[in-house]
Design a protein around this ligand. Structure first.
Ligand SMILES: Nc1nc2c(c(=O)[nH]1)N(C=O)[C@@H](CNc1ccc(C(=O)N[C@@H](CCC(=O)O)C(=O)O)cc1)CN2
Ligand SMILES: Nc1ncnc2c1ncn2[C@@H]1O[C@H](COP(=O)(O)OP(=O)(O)OP(=O)(O)O)[C@@H](O)[C@H]1O
Length: 195
């Protein structure tokens, strides 16, 4: 099978897997993942974070966002712009709308922007991943284009164990993540940073 087709199949299966988690299991896994990230040096040291607003059964990082704000960290969210680029935006007062793909998104006009080089930690959603931290996303390449610009940030994938596959269908363009966090453990992708 072509890599493109394997990717599409893993994407479909991963979306089904993350949506199919029973409510109680999902809640427990979300809590465990947030607790795990909270304990990581790469989170504790980070001043500027890029999170995401969960949709389609993704790991929900709301508890982590709350704690990060309480700790005085800057918490930005991705906004989809032209040519599949992302902008990191910190929502202002009354600063949310339903944006591209039906995802809750900061209103750019009321947001403070964070430059990609200023980010210390990027939490990356996925549809499927593997133990060496290859990632399959939603298929538009937003993060593959954006992560190389975040040259000072730890890129940490976030997923449920149910989304893990033996070998993710990644290609040359797919950005290698520094690690992946699930409810079970932290997987290490590179040794560039302390996680
Ligand atoms: N929470 C969250 N925010 C994010 C992302 C993400 O994966 N999760 N993104 C990460 O890139 C960007 C948005 N990328 C997206 C790309 C495609 C589709 C989408 O729904 N595509 C198809 C259907 C996909 C399918 O079911 O196979 C469509 O357009 O209909 C959604 C988001 C930026 N924000
Ligand atoms: N760094 C890049 N520069 C330009 N185009 C890219 C880059 N990375 C990926 N693309 C293109 O984007 C499209 C989608 O890529 P891919 O299937 O890897 O997305 P994905 O990683 O699953 O999605 P996402 O990052 O949005 O969650 C492909 O056509 C690919 O060629």
């Amino acid at each position: 099978m072509e890599i493109r087709d394997r990717k599409a199949a893993q994407r479909r299966a991963g979306i089904m897997a993350r949506r199919g988690l029973p409510q109680a299991e999902r809640a427990a896994a979300n809590a465990a993942i947030c607790a795990r990230i909270l304990a990581m040096p790469c989170f504790q040291k980070a001043e500027n974070l890029l999170l995401y607003a969960a949709f389609g059964g993704e790991v929900d990082l709301a508890v982590l966002a709350e704690q990060a704000a309480r700790l005085g960290k800057t918490v930005a969210y991705p906004v989809c712009e032209e040519n599949f680029t992302l902008t990191a935006a910190v929502p202002g007062l009354d600063g949310w709308e339903v944006g591209a793909y039906g995802i809750r998104t900061p209103v750019l006009e009321r947001a403070a922007l964070v430059r990609p080089e200023a980010l210390d930690l990027v939490l990356v959603p996925c549809t499927a991943f593997d133990a060496v931290c290859r990632r399959v996303g939603m298929g538009k390449g937003y993060y593959d284009r954006y992560l190389p610009r975040c040259r000072n940030a730890v890129a940490l994938g976030v997923a449920f164990e149910a989304q893990r596959v033996p070998e993710a269908a990644a290609d040359e363009q797919d950005w290698q993540l520094d690690g992946f966090v699930t409810e079970r453990k932290v997987y290490r992708g590179t040794d560039e940073f302390e996680l």
